[in-house]
Design a protein around this ligand. Structure first.
Ligand SMILES: [Zn+2]
Length: 232
C-alpha cells in the first residue's frame, strides 16, 4: 500500500507546443515504490505525468501543462520533440528485465478511463496514442508485446493489432517501409530493422524477428490504412 503523495520535480516548459500525443510506458522496475522514487528523484532527471499501479491506483506526478521527461531520443511522424507535445503514462510492470507479466484488468481499466479524459481534453487522434517502443525503436521495448492494445482499440483509444487478414495486394518491401514511415515510425532515424521489430511488437507480436515477411507486410498495410482513417 502506497499512501504517500508523490510529485516529481522533473519537468520543464512545453515551449508553447500543444499536447497532441500520448506515450505509454512500463516502469521496468521490481516494485511500484522503486519506480515512484526514481520518477521523483531530481538526480534521475526522468518523470512521467501519470503512473498507474497494477491494482489501478492512479498517481499524478507532473501537471499536464508541464513537459515531463519520459520519451528521451524519440520521433513520431517527423516530430522529434516528443516530450513537448505528449503526455507520458507509466504502467507498473517489472518489464523484460525483472519478470515481464500481463497487465491486470484493474490497471488497464484505469488507463482507459484516464485516456478517455485526456483524448477529450486535447482532441488527440487515436493514431497518436502510442508506445515508447514505437517512438524509440531499437532503444526501448516498453510497454511491450503483452500490452493489450486490443482493449484500447475497442474504446477507440488506439489503433489495434493486425486482424490477421491478408490484403488483395501485398506491398513490396520498399512500399512497406514507406508505409511504416506514414504510420509514424522514424525509419530514416532509427533504421528499417529496428522499426520493423517495433512495429511487430505492437501490431503482430507473433511475427517478431521475422523481418518483412508476408504477414508483417499485410499488417503494415492494414495499420497504414487505419492510420489514415484515424488521424483526424
Ligand atoms: Zn518508457
Amino acid at each position: 500500500m502506497i499512501d504517500k503523495e508523490w510529485t516529481s520535480p522533473n519537468h520543464g516548459d512545453r515551449k508553447g507546443r500543444d499536447i497532441s500525443m500520448v506515450v505509454l510506458h512500463y516502469t521496468g522496475m521490481k516494485t511500484a515504490e522503486e519506480a515512484l522514487e526514481r520518477l521523483c528523484d531530481p538526480q534521475a532527471e526522468v518523470s512521467a505525468h501519470y503512473l498507474i499501479e497494477e491494482n489501478g491506483r492512479l498517481h499524478q506526478l507532473v501537471r499536464e501543462e508541464r513537459r515531463a521527461w519520459h520519451a528521451g531520443v524519440a520521433q513520431w511522424g517527423g516530430e522529434t520533440d516528443i516530450n513537448s507535445v505528449s503526455i507520458g503514462i507509466e504502467l507498473v510492470n517489472p518489464g523484460h528485465e525483472f519478470g515481464y507479466r500481463d497487465f491486470p484488468d484493474d490497471q488497464v481499466d484505469a488507463l482507459i478511463d484516464l485516456l478517455e479524459a485526456i483524448k477529450d481534453r486535447y482532441q488527440i487522434p487515436r493514431a497518436r496514442i502510442v508506445g515508447h517502443s514505437d517512438v524509440a525503436p531499437g532503444r526501448k521495448e516498453d510497454p511491450g508485446e503483452k500490452f493489450p492494445w486490443n482493449a484500447l482499440a475497442a474504446e477507440k483509444l488506439a489503433i489495434g493489432p493486425w486482424s490477421g487478414q491478408m490484403p488483395l495486394t501485398l506491398p513490396n518491401e520498399e512500399q512497406a517501409l514507406g508505409q511504416l514511415a506514414t504510420i509514424g515510425y522514424g525509419v530514416e532515424t532509427f533504421g528499417a530493422e529496428a522499426c520493423i521489430l517495433a512495429f511487430q511488437r505492437r501490431f503482430c507480436p507473433r511475427r517478431m524477428g521475422q523481418g518483412l515477411d508476408q504477414e508483417t507486410r499485410a499488417a503494415i498495410a492494414e495499420a497504414c490504412e487505419k492510420t489514415g482513417a484515424c488521424s483526424a
